[in-house]
Design a protein around this ligand. Structure first.
Ligand SMILES: [Zn+2]
Length: 403
């Protein structure tokens, strides 16, 4: 059985080990050692990676009580090799994991919310609580967890040989399916629970605990949290973003939120004003189009090609210009695309669906509608002017024969 040095000292970075076995497996070789500083994944914490006798350790797992190191090249059985973990990765994971203990304890102490799920990844960490937690409660638990950090409390792991020996302990959590020896992680004056992973020596090493997000999850709450250097990196990035926004508004950081709110309000007012102006302008344009409509027997045809008019305004304009005896086909070229609207008044004798196939065909587009309104788009604006004239001629001919 491999001696688990990470259980004895979570800050031991390297050691010399004897290779007990090395077998080809998957993308490399599986190595078993007499002792190791490499933590296999467990307790929600990802495994260590690092180097072993010149080989890279790709991942480490535990199988049937054996710790198996997947390495990228073969190591001679019986040889003594130096092993070293990626300490930056391990320390970051320990910061998050020990922070998780403090957060879980704080939520439990303050609100009786139990941790029912923990996930620790290389870029984020979440805890699931079994009950809804308000924003204010979250803020309180976050503060309490940080107060434990600031007290720099010792974190100790102890192995207990029997279930009976831990029966009297006031554990916050006892993981299911454990076989003795059972490892208990104690944060002095705070948390006590079963856990197999390596942790910080003291809570001060966590640095800080920050809840970044929260959402409802399975009737409870899932929080996303970050600790230590990750928390500092987030603070730095968001602070820099805020500075960039403040510079953009030529204001102090503290005034940036109000500046953004004002811009948003101003933009809303401008959009409203623009809609009103467009409506008024549509009235003038409609009158002008109606005055220059082409006669077609008892009816009149308006066909106009416009530029850069959005679909809503184009529709409004077409509906304004069309009437019982006037049919309007308006097309607008916006970039590469052509949009078009066909509209007639309620008393018009033809349904637009009877005319749209000819319109789609001329523009090379797709669209449809029924009654008094149809809309379509074409992927190209090339030849749109000629196509419009062609449709107009067709409409005039068709309507001239209409009783
Ligand atoms: Zn733990």
């Amino acid at each position: 059985m491999t001696k688990r040095l990470y259980d004895l000292d979570s800050h031991q970075v390297s050691t010399e080990s004897t290779v007990l076995s090395c077998l080809p497996a998957g993308d490399g070789f599986d190595v078993v050692l007499d002792q190791t500083v490499f933590f296999p994944e467990g307790g929600g914490q990802p495994c260590d990676i690092g180097t072993l006798g010149g080989a890279s350790v790709l991942h480490v797992r535990e199988e049937a009580g054996e710790i198996i190191h997947r390495v990228d090249r073969a190591l001679a059985a019986g040889s003594v090799v130096p092993g070293e973990i990626d300490w930056a990765r391990r320390f970051d994971l320990m910061q998050q994991h020990t922070g998780e203990h403090l957060l879980s304890f704080s939520f439990y102490e303050l609100f009786g919310a139990s941790n029912v799920g923990f996930h620790l990844a290389l870029d984020y960490a979440t805890i699931d609580f079994d009950k809804p937690v308000s924003r204010e409660e979250m803020r309180q638990a976050e503060l309490l967890a940080n107060r434990f950090v600031w007290r720099n409390l010792p974190v100790r792991a102890t192995l207990y040989e029997t279930e009976e020996s831990i029966a009297a302990l006031p554990l916050r959590k006892h993981a299911d399916g454990l076989t003795p020896p059972i490892r208990i992680v104690a944060i002095e004056g705070a948390d006590l629970c079963t856990c197999c992973a390596p942790h910080c020596y003291t809570t001060g090493e966590i640095g800080s605990v920050f809840i970044a997000d929260a959402s409802s999850y399975k009737g409870g709450t899932r929080i996303t949290f970050i600790c230590g250097e990750r928390a500092l990196a987030l603070h730095r990035a968001q602070h820099d973003d805020l500075d960039a926004i403040a510079r953009r508004f030529s204001c102090q950081r503290e005034a940036a939120l109000d500046a953004v709110k004002k811009l948003s309000d101003d933009y809303g007012a401008l959009k409203k004003s623009e809609r009103e102006l467009a409506k008024a302008l549509n009235g003038y344009m409609a009158a002008e189009f109606a005055a220059s409509a082409s006669p077609a027997g008892r009816f009149r045809v308006v066909a106009q090609l416009l530029a850069g008019m959005d679909a809503a305004r184009l529709k409004d304009l077409a509906q304004t210009v069309s009437a019982d005896k006037t049919i309007a086909l308006l097309a607008s070229a916006g970039g590469e695309r052509l949009s078009y609207v066909l509209s007639c008044g309620a008393g018009f004798p033809l349904d637009v669906s009877e005319l749209m196939p000819a319109v789609n065909g001329a523009f090379g587009g797709k669209g449809g509608g029924r009654g008094t309104l149809a809309q379509g788009t074409a992927p190209s604006v090339v030849g749109a002017k000629e196509a419009l004239e062609q449709v107009k001629t067709y409409f005039i001919k068709r309507l001239s024969d209409q009783k």
